[in-house]
Design a protein around this ligand. Structure first.
Ligand code: IVH
Length: 736
């Protein structure tokens, strides 16, 4: 997972986000079962934490998509802040999907069965392109546009009236006549390829942000606080439906859309009426054939029952009309040439092969590289020569088919062996690290006895790539979280020799002049690059530089602010293999101080049987103990840690052990599923606070800490009048 380049959350489409949340929920649930129930973790803590963080970030960006079985349990989150909320007069629905011709035939047959008693009834449908944009609802009162909103969660959207007013396809006043007094016109806001390309070029010229695809850019443009920015994006709109209406605008979908056109809206010129599955599918093929020349993204064809009366009779199921279906186009594919394979070295030394491609446009996005995962994937065989499921035998020079399924991360789905250039050799993964030259080996997993699919550089701290990645990790969000010291600055300071290890970060202030020079040099370079791209001369460079010099004090301040980090963050920041945030927190709770963790770490590293020498902590198994042994057994790490601890003083993990501890001398029982600590951590904590932990509830019990799903113990406690508190209340009471 961590080896796959991930899209920024801000760049995800709603469909991508939905798909990813679905996958994340499944992956996190599977990891939970492996860890808690089977006691056999299948992924490292870091990977687990990364999954959770990604899930959090996507949920935050798409509150409407939070799943009922969300790993955060944050169901029903509110829409994003910023714009006023608008309740739609009639909900904005989604559409059922058809992927095959048979799905379409089934849809028509369902309709025929539903209406079969109506002898002689002829079921007619419309077929129109499914525009890949954002739906919007536009309220007109007496023919005047009064309010426009996003779809939001379908019931409540956001008021983006001012931004919608900038779209030329949306009339301020309806033309013609015969419109209902009140009507919500619905349709799709989208951006043409030409407009998208122009924006990208304008942005590149000023060194601005990159834009991923027209749909996300249209979404971003609609959510601008300043409507003049929206106006500059030249968005388009097609009207295709209506919501609330004081009177029906038409008796059929086809006529309604004709009326929308008369009233001044842009409507799709590709809508037809048809009666059979055959005719609908024929129109689907016609539209599909035109897809690449339309100049904007469409992702399928929508079929709707034409008669409004029959639509009403056929009705709805959970958020979708029964009377309509979206016949999706297959994932977009494109063929290109694989020019080379680059190797990226990760924080733990993993060699990640990435294919360098001739740039190719797949569904409106230019793809220049794709991950190749590992050498088995490239070879199409595992280390024993056995074919592997996803493997492809990929060679440099090959023609490869790239797919973006449901818009997600592009991947190679096929290699065109017929087109393979003569003499193309099977790819061989380097056996030395391309960055530091140390041997790169495939480890044997002691549990399975199998070779790991990934090759790792053994250079550790000698390897510049690993060192830089470790530094980036050290300052990252879950770790020391140093504001203003992101990946870019770390790379710069490393390259200039200003920061070689974590301790150096804290002495940067002493090298102020050199830091200033490094930053200035980079700004010069960037300015030159921008100039070259735009052909314009430099006016504002000086002003920007002055601002950034002030930024330097801010940066040093942010570094100083982290000189006393929480112990769990500090342990996590060290980047010890297999120690993610959860494990780091368990270690902090167990050992209390860094000194104690180091003492035990050293002791265990020197022990004959490390597993036996390590205290038993719930959730910490042999993988983590071995990682600790590797880390604390490596003398080079001693020097690094020693230097670091001169600069940084992690706060001891204090639990309030004072005699007046609210739980000292009390008998405590834990029940239900605890969410913030494991059962044995809970026990250890309570005991350190002077409490006695019992396994069952009796009249002698003082406190029952009950998590979700508490059963008979809770009942017994209530019968005995025992005080019952939640896990959060427990933490409050013990001062955590
Ligand atoms: S009709 C009750 N027609 O697709 C049906 N939707 O998956 C309401 N869309 O949220 C939608 N083109 O954003 C309809 N010609 C079209 C469409 C279309 C694109 C989008 C719309 C909707 C989504 C449903």
């Amino acid at each position: 997972m961590s080896d796959r380049p991930q899209k920024d959350v801000a760049d995800l489409s709603e469909d991508e986000a939905r798909l990813e949340l679905e996958r994340l929920a499944a992956a996190i649930a599977a990891a939970d079962i492996a860890y808690h129930q089977n006691d056999a973790p299948e992924i490292s803590d870091a990977e687990y934490d990364a999954l959770k963080r990604r899930n959090d970030a996507i949920e935050e960006a798409f509150p409407g998509l939070v799943r009922a079985d969300s790993p955060t349990g944050r169901v029903g989150a509110a829409p994003a802040e910023g714009f006023a909320k608008v309740r739609h007069g009639v909900p904005m629905l989604s559409l059922a999907k058809a992927y095959t011709d048979q799905d379409v035939v089934d849809f028509i047959e369902r309709g025929q069965r539903f209406f079969q008693r109506d002898e002689g009834l002829e079921l007619a449908f419309t077929a129109e392109p499914k525009i890949d944009g954002l739906s919007a609802s536009l309220r007109y009162e007496n023919g005047v546009f009064v309010q426009g909103a996003t779809r939001g969660d379908g019931s409540v959207g956001e008021d983006i009236t001012a931004n919608l007013r900038t779209i030329k396809d949306i009339p301020e006043k309806l033309a013609g006549s015969g419109w209902p007094e009140v009507i919500e016109i619905r349709g799709e806001v989208y951006m043409t390829y030409a407009e998208f390309q122009a924006l990208k070029e304008r942005s590149a010229a000023i060194g601005g942000q990159d834009y991923v695809n027209p749909r996300n850019t249209a979404a971003g443009s609609l959510r601008q606080k300043d409507p003049t920015i929206t106006a500059s994006r030249n968005l388009k709109f097609f009207a295709y439906a209506w919501g609330l209406a004081s009177s029906e605008p038409a008796t059929s979908q086809y006529e309604a859309v004709q009326k929308f056109a008369e009233w001044g809206f842009a409507v799709s010129p590709l809508m037809v009426r048809a009666k059979s599955a055959e005719d609908l599918i024929a129109h689907y093929r016609t539209i599909e054939a035109q897809r690449s020349s339309l100049g904007y993204d469409i992702d399928g064809v929508v079929y709707k029952v034409d008669s409004i009366e029959l639509q009403k009779r056929w009705g709805y199921v959970t958020g979708e009309p029964r009377w309509a279906i979206a016949h999706k186009f297959p994932a977009e594919r494109a063929t290109t040439t694989l020019r080379g394979i680059d190797i990226q070295v990760g924080r733990t030394g993993t060699l990640a092969p990435v294919a360098r491609l001739d740039p190719v446009s797949v569904g409106g996005v230019t793809v220049v590289n794709v991950t190749l995962h590992n050498e088995d994937y490239i070879a199409g065989r595992d280390s024993n020569g056995l074919p592997i499921r996803e493997g492809k035998d990929i060679r440099i020079g090959d023609s490869v088919v790239i797919q973006r399924a449901g818009d997600v991360i592009p991947q190679i789905v096929d290699v065109l062996i017929d087109k393979r250039p003569a003499g193309a050799e099977p790819y061989r993964m380097p056996e030395t690290c391309p960055v530091c030259g140390s041997p790169a080996t495939r480890e044997i997993n002691p549990k399975t006895g199998k070779e790991d699919s990934r090759r790792r550089c053994t250079g550790e701290l000698v390897c510049a790539a690993q060192a830089v990645e470790n530094l980036k990790h050290f300052v990252s969000r879950g770790a020391l979280d140093i504001e203003g010291l992101g990946a870019e600055n770390i790379e710069l300071f490393f390259a200039k020799g200003l920061v070689r290890n974590a301790a150096d970060i804290f002495t940067l202030r002493e090298r102020r002049a050199a830091v200033q020079e490094a930053l200035a040099e980079r700004r010069e370079e960037q300015a030159r690059a921008r100039e070259a791209a735009s052909g314009k001369t430099r006016k504002n460079v000086r002003a920007v530089q002055d601002r950034n010099y002030e930024g330097l004090d801010k940066l040093f301040g942010a570094i100083d602010a982290r000189r006393e980090p929480e112990l769990d963050r500090f342990i996590f920041a060290l980047g010890i293999r297999h120690i993610g945030e959860t494990t780091a927190a368990a270690l902090a709770r167990t050992f209390g101080t860094m000194e104690e963790l180091m003492r035990v770490g050293k002791e265990v590293a020197a022990a004959e049987d490390p597993m036996a020498a390590f205290p038993s902590i719930d959730g910490i198994g042999s993988t983590v103990v071995e990682a600790l042994v590797d880390f604390f057994g490596n003398e080079r790490n001693d020097d690094v840690l020693e230097a670091l601890l001169v600069q940084v003083h992690p706060k001891p993990y204090v639990i309030n052990i004072s005699a007046d501890s609210q739980v000292a001398g009390k008998t405590v029982v834990f029940t239900g599923s605890l969410e913030k600590m494991t059962r044995s951590e809970a026990k250890a904590m309570a005991e350190r606070l002077g409490a006695k932990v019992a396994g069952s509830v009796s009249a002698k019990t003082d406190i029952l800490v009950a998590g979700p799903g508490a059963g008979s113990k809770l009942k017994t406690a209530q019968e005995h009048g025992v005080e019952v508190i939640s896990e959060d209340e427990w933490f409050a009471r013990v001062g955590r």
